[in-house]
Design a protein around this ligand. Structure first.
Ligand SMILES: [Zn+2]
Length: 380
């Protein structure tokens, strides 16, 4: 049953303390293009008569109808018109669904809309989460002949959503595997750590979407067995070494969030300051290289990783990171894409970063100069 654990998960337990600092108002967005309440997925594909005697096309879950009425086939790694297929547990409100989609759409508008994505929003009720697991199972049984009910659906040893009612957090899983036919990415959001009433829910949604951006730039399929190595892990920055993947998602999410209306103009500086305060001393006092830290390392790899990406983008520019590196990653692999776009090897860059991060905190913070207008009414 260990193979169930091979999904690439990213749990965000770590952001809960950053709550309640900002005065953004609750908005709800009506986005009825992406809400599907049940497992019937093929209604879009039965419209349009065949005047000729052409054979009816074989149904494919990749065929979608765009909001403008045109047809499209979703391809992994290509920008698509397709909205995420969204599901929520029975105890999750439409307001939460709309909030999640609103921030999902901010991210996909910024970084490109990729797919296929299935969004599942879990609440606090375990039975409702289990019902969502049943829906997930039935949906993929119907969509994919190779979906294995015994392995791929939830069971007593494999919780897909129900543990989120207790543990909270958010995650992306990739279902791009050698043994299944219908590849997709799954975004899971939950009711706590952070919950939808916390401002952190918004940058966390952006953070999760950035993982979709990352995974969309990697075509490798994994076996689904965690004992097998998978090139996808290497391209993300290493198996169980989340420095680059989490650092990138975290910095890009906070950076994009800081640009939104209603967010204080020193927001990004303050977030990065907090990350520095919680991680700098501990990181510099130990000898494990950033690219070897794991999710369970004492040093918070999200925080130092975010600083690494901030440092990288400061020197190379966002375009070299987003378009250069991620554009080359699938073809070249991690190390060569890194060297080609950032003009140094990974090791050289890590050494430079360590020297940068060893400076006094006020010197490190020079990367984020204080906003000059002094008109920051909402923060603190
Ligand atoms: Zn993450």
């Amino acid at each position: 049953m260990m193979k169930r654990l091979a999904v690439l998960m990213c749990l965000l337990f770590l952001m809960a303390p950053l709550s309640g600092c900002f005065g953004t108002s609750e908005e709800s967005v009506t986005d009825n293009t992406s809400i599907v309440d049940d497992a019937s997925f093929d209604e879009n594909n039965t419209t349009g008569g065949n005047q000729d005697d052409q054979p009816t096309p074989v149904f494919s879950p990749y065929d979608v109808v765009c909001p403008d009425g045109s047809n499209e086939t979703v391809q992994w790694g290509s920008v698509t018109c397709a909205a995420p297929v969204a599901f929520k547990a029975a105890d999750v409100s439409n307001e939460t669904l709309n909030l999640t989609l609103e921030w999902y759409n901010i991210a996909s508008a910024e970084w490109g809309n990729f797919g296929p994505v299935e969004l599942f929003i879990v609440g606090e009720n375990v039975e409702a989460a289990k019902d969502l697991e049943d829906l997930f199972c039935e949906r993929h049984m119907a969509l994919d002949d190779n979906w294995n009910e015994e392995w791929d659906c939830a069971n007593e040893n494999y919780q897909i959503f129900s543990h989120y009612t207790d543990e909270g957090g958010a995650a992306i899983s990739t279902f791009k595997r050698t043994y299944i036919e219908y590849d997709f990415m799954m975004m899971i959001m939950s009711a706590k750590y952070p919950g939808p009433s916390e401002d952190d829910y918004k940058p966390v949604t952006l953070h999760e979407y950035f993982h979709i951006f990352q995974h969309s730039h990697i075509s490798d399929e994994c076996t689904g067995d965690s004992r097998d190595t998978c090139e996808r892990d290497s391209k993300m920055g290493g198996e169980n070494t989340p420095w680059f993947a989490e650092g990138g998602a975290e910095f890009m999410a906070q950076s994009l969030y800081s640009e939104q209306d209603g967010v204080g103009e020193n927001y990004l500086r303050e977030v990065m300051q907090r990350k520095l305060e919680t991680s700098q001393e501990g990181y510099n006092a130990q000898s494990t290289s950033l690219d070897q830290l794991t999710y369970s390392s004492e040093v918070n790899v999200y925080d130092v990783g975010a600083w690494f990406i901030a440092y990288l983008i400061h020197h190379e520019g966002e375009d070299a990171f987003l378009n250069g590196f991620y554009g080359d990653l699938d073809g070249l692999g991690f190390d060569a894409a890194f060297e080609d776009n950032f003009n140094a090897t990974k090791s050289e860059y890590l050494a430079d970063f360590d020297a940068f991060f060893a400076q006094p905190a006020e010197d490190v913070m020079l990367l984020f100069p204080e906003a000059s207008t002094g008109n920051d009414e909402t923060t603190e």
